[in-house]
Design a protein around this ligand. Sequence first.
Ligand SMILES: C[S@@+](CC[C@H](N)C(=O)[O-])C[C@H]1O[C@@H](n2cnc3c(N)ncnc32)[C@H](O)[C@@H]1O
Length: 269
Amino acid sequence: MARDTFQLGKAAAAAYEQQKVKAIFRPLAEATLSAIEISNKDVVLDVACGTGIVSRVLWERSSPEAAITGIDLNEGMIEMARGVTSNTPDAFSWHTGDVTGMPFNDGSFTSAICQQGFQFFPDEEAALKEIRRVLQPGGRFILTVWAEPSRFFLALADAIGRHVSPEDATRSLAPFTYAGLDAIPELLCSCGFADVWSTDLTVERVIHEPKVSIPLEITGNPVGPAVLGRGEEVMASIVSEVLATCSDLLRGNDLISPQTARLFNATAV
Ligand SMILES: C[S@@+](CC[C@H](N)C(=O)[O-])C[C@H]1O[C@@H](n2cnc3c(N)ncnc32)[C@H](O)[C@@H]1O
């Protein structure tokens, strides 16, 4: 199967922002920006920025002097990023584009961050070389990739496999099953980076009111159209099966499932 590139339609990008950003991508951005230091003098690029949550958390924390630049392949994600930052338009510069051919001059940035985008790049080497090109020598690249599927996503994939198709079940796990995780340090070194270190970050995915939020989790995923296309009864069965499998993760109105990401830090040489 060709690599999934996590492409969403415009309505799905809205569901992504409403559900997934709140449940996991904001908490992960906060954990990442607590684990590394970015000063307000840094000129920062957010690669595969989605709806721009890393940029937004960075702005809330340190208001960099230079506008934070975000780039993503998906026009719907970038429109959403523009919309949710319309009150502070000068703080951000949003671009639609591919990581392997970015419209920025050599050495434009002192730091680049890529949160959960790498596993969707069809050519990782070309992507890393391009990120290296737009960084200054001595600049920093921070990358996070999920290390394994969480209990919640394993239960969801099982239910999708039963009610939709095995292919969609596998696709729903694509963010968590990147096969080259252990090879990333070597790959970084072969693409113009050095001094690579990594650490694991575990964050809790908090799915508030799961009966309402699980359908949104599915809608904001590339398998959304396949699942929604099977109708409301299938969606209801998937939700109730996931809730039964994950009953020990329920806390009041929340389903809480920890997720572990590997963070890599590298220096451009
Ligand atoms: C799981 S989302 C993560 C988005 C964001 N970093 C966040 O934390 O919310 C993955 C993103 O990678 C983007 N993406 C996939 N392939 C890409 C490419 N070749 N160039 C740029 N962005 C890409 C997708 O459009 C999607 O927005």
